[in-house]
Design a protein around this ligand. Structure first.
Ligand code: NAP
Length: 429
């Protein structure tokens, strides 16, 4: 078989970049057999060419000169595995304008500057792919953009942050939040500064990208209603266990009545639900649509080799579809309204600490009923003049639940603020 040489450049040669280089070297024969193309890394942009690398680059490959990549006619495609908004964003724009297809692993860049980058790619007639930016090894962007193109996906449930899933899985086994976070850091799942993971920002960026691709309408990160896991206490995890549930940080994207809602928050997930089985640092995305009912993709959501697998897949897709080129187009083709958050419906879990006095429960139930919210399950624990109430509410609009809880919080018998989380249990569409 005649083979075509494809010159590849990397922006970045760190954890992911070095893994891409290793994978292209070690799997070069298989890729060539399958595609008829030999992908060779001929340049990689770094800050420090003298630094030790986990997979050393061949002599002359590392450079600190971006123009040497942009202006090299032998470079056919570039993988941006550098991270950050700048200079990565500026480099990607310049490369696209110079007619070079780009694949990116950078969720912040794609989520924040996707509109402009796709416009640039479209104007230049080159492809921009971003599979690795969401859930690393899980091929969810390709599935949404290609495999499920005609299925009207209207709901996405995702566990899209491995660090928080690891922490919550450990808390389920009895660890404290602090111990679980320390272990995640020791194992390399969490950064020294884990803020973006635990406050939900990382998951929000990924859910914004997934909703944008699935619904064909741009969702900005700042529009994602986001709550992290820092407020989760062992008591919440224990209450979930008593109710036959587990606590997970869940991203939920909903398209209803031509309006969109995207949120990331701790949710109580029924043990029978596929997302409850996602343990440790794994990620999972459940796609629900008219024609497909539901499809769940699960796998490693981070890691050098895992992320490199998606980068290499995008590189192969670029060379496999060069010339046909629909993927340089922005996935967005319409503007959707935002669903009124008060109208967003879900079953909810509520925890209340109350003074142990007669009538408190009936009083709370009457406020819920006044807002047409009904109770599906109730667990009461008594102790030392206080009672802890764990309630599971039937599906209701968020606004009605919030209004009832605002009234309940004002009772003198209610101690502290109620804790609320959506419950993920039904698999019905
Ligand atoms: N690691 C993961 O598990 C994972 C998972 C999914 C997505 N991603 C995404 O993949 C991207 C890369 O992540 P990573 O973990 O591989 O990061 P990393 O290990 O920190 O590597 C970054 C690379 O970019 C280079 N670089 C950074 N700023 C530069 C600049 N201004 N000029 C030239 N070179 C520069 C660095 O050069 P030096 O080596 O010389 O410092 C390094 O080689 C990020 O967007 C990240 O969000 C990573």
């Amino acid at each position: 078989m005649a083979s075509v040489d494809v010159g590849v450049a990397l922006l970045g040669y760190g954890t992911v970049g070095a893994s891409v280089s290793r994978m292209l070297a070690e799997s070069g024969d298989e890729i060539e057999r399958a595609t008829g193309h030999r992908l060779r890394v001929i340049r990689a942009l770094v800050r420090d060419t003298a630094k030790e690398r986990s997979f050393p680059a061949a002599d002359g490959v590392l450079t600190t000169d971006f123009a040497a990549i942009r202006d090299d006619p032998n470079i056919n495609v570039v993988a941006e595995v550098m991270g950050g908004l700048e200079p990565a964003g500026g480099y990607v724009r310049e490369l696209l304008r110079a007619g070079k297809p780009v694949v990116s692993a950078n969720k912040q860049l794609v989520a924040r500057e996707g509109a402009e980058l796709f416009a640039t790619a479209s104007a230049a007639g080159v492809q921009l792919r971003f599979e690795a930016s969401v859930c690393a090894a899980i091929p969810v962007v390709k599935v949404l953009r290609e495999s499920l193109i005609a299925t009207n996906v209207h709901r996405i449930l995702g566990i899209v942050n491995g660090t928080t899933n690891f922490i919550l899985s450990r808390m389920e086994r009895g660890d404290s939040y602090a111990d679980a976070l320390a272990e995640a850091q020791e194992l390399g799942y969490a950064e020294a500064d884990p803020s973006d993971d635990v406050n939900g920002a990382d998951a929000a960026a990924k859910m914004a990208i997934l909703a944008t691709v699935a619904f064909g309408s741009r969702v900005a990160i700042d529009e994602v209603e986001t709550r992290g896991i820092t407020e989760i206490e062992p008591a919440h995890v224990a209450a979930a266990a008593d109710l036959g549930m587990v606590v997970r940080l869940v991203g939920i994207a909903t398209l209803a009545n031509e309006a969109v809602d995207v949120r990331v928050q701790p949710a109580f997930v029924a043990r029978s639900h596929p997302l409850a089985a996602v343990d440790g640092a794994f990620n999972a995305v459940m796609l629900q649509g008219d024609a497909i009912r539901e499809i769940t993709l699960e796998g490693p959501g981070a890691g050098g080799t895992e992320t490199a697998s998606a980068v290499v897949a995008d590189l192969v897709s670029v060379v496999g579809t060069a010339g046909t080129g629909f993927l340089q187009n922005d996935a967005c083709w319409r503007e959707l309204d935002r669903l009124d958050p008060n109208a967003w419906r879900s079953p909810f879990y509520v925890h209340l600490d109350v003074a142990d006095r007669p009538g408190v429960l009936a009083h709370a139930a009457s406020r819920l009923a006044a807002h047409e919210v009904s109770v599906a399950q109730l667990v009461q624990r008594l102790g030392d003049g206080q009672a802890a109430l764990d309630l599971v509410l039937h599906e209701a609009p968020l606004g009605q639940v919030a209004a009832a809880l605002a009234e309940i919080s004002a009772f003198p018998e209610v101690l502290g603020r109620p804790f609320v989380a959506p419950v993920v249990s039904d698999r019905s569409l």
